[in-house]
Design a protein around this ligand. Structure first.
Ligand code: MG
Length: 284
């Protein structure tokens, strides 16, 4: 499939661009989608570990490569964090991250932009409703109150836009307290038991539970992984949707979209690996 596709990618109208630094790239210099040689190919990227080193900023080389790619195909990012985090990692003081990509999907697409314009957004509370949320959080707080664990701190439920984060010890725990809790949880499985109880009690809610990090677990609607963003592009008529991600293994946050029938998945080990595959695949 790539072999058949590759020759086309090198063709198309040659355009001349003033060679300016990507951070100064204004939206006005972007090739309109309809003028790109492969306008029916969408290339989506995970952010952390794929376009940037873990929790760090993208290099100028990566940013330049994205701008070169954007002359040929349609590009987008899909990250689990909120937009300010992606602005910090990919944008610059004078460049808005939503202007650097044709599609920008923060929080897996709950916050979404196309050509710098915001699309319909969604939130956990809006989806669940106040009444059902209250029943859920009341149950959680009762359960935490009745838990016999060595120590408790504060912030047992953290309310976020797309999910809630639940911690039996509380998110205010110090580093040492977190380490101790993690060890305790490995021995007693208190988080796993808590999740089982919630699954049983709120079976009709359509929720997914994800135990991650040292002290907590996330609760969010089923299907609100990275595949959520695909609904924003399903009517755009793309013939191919490529996805690049570093955590494409089962349990990783790129797994669902990587495995999805609507995408062609690429596993990468680093931003350098992403660049290498892009150069091969799209002749940039
Ligand atoms: Mg990643």
């Amino acid at each position: 499939m790539y072999a058949a596709l590759a020759p086309e990618l090198g063709l198309g109208t040659r355009r001349h661009f003033v060679n300016i630094a990507p951070s100064k790239m204004a939206l006005s210099s972007v090739v309109p989608i309809e003028e790109r040689p492969n306008k029916d190919i969408l290339v989506l990227f995970d952010v952390d570990g794929t376009l940037t080193p873990a929790r760090q900023d993208a290099t100028p080389e990566t940013l330049q490569l994205l701008q070169d790619l954007r002359k040929k195909v349609v590009i987008g990012f899909v990250g689990g964090s909120d937009l300010p985090k992606q602005q910090e990692q990919l944008g610059a003081a004078d460049v808005n991250v939503v202007d650097m990509f044709d599609y920008a999907f923060a929080e897996n697409g709950l916050t979404a932009y196309h050509m710098s314009k915001q699309l319909a957004s969604q939130s956990f509370i809006n989806w669940l409703g106040e009444g059902k949320y209250k029943d859920l959080v009341n149950f959680i707080l009762h359960y935490v109150a009745d838990m016999d664990i060595p120590i408790k701190r504060g912030t047992f439920v953290e309310f976020r836009n797309g999910m809630i984060n639940v911690s039996p010890i509380g998110r205010n725990a110090s580093t040492q307290e977190r380490n101790d809790f993690e060890k305790f949880d490995k021995e007693t499985q208190v988080r796993a038991k808590f999740v089982e109880k919630l699954k049983e009690r709120f079976a009709d809610y359509g929720l997914t539970y994800s135990i991650g990090g040292q002290i907590s677990f996330d609760v969010f609607p089923a299907g609100w992984d990275k595949t959520y963003c695909l609904q924003h592009v399903q009517d755009a008529g793309f013939k191919e949707i490529h996805f690049f991600g570093d955590k494409t293994y089962k349990g990783g946050n790129d797994y669902e979209i990587y495995e999805d029938d609507r995408t062609i998945g690429h596993t990468v080990e680093s931003p350098a690996d992403t660049a290498k595959i892009l150069k091969e695949l799209f002749k940039i």
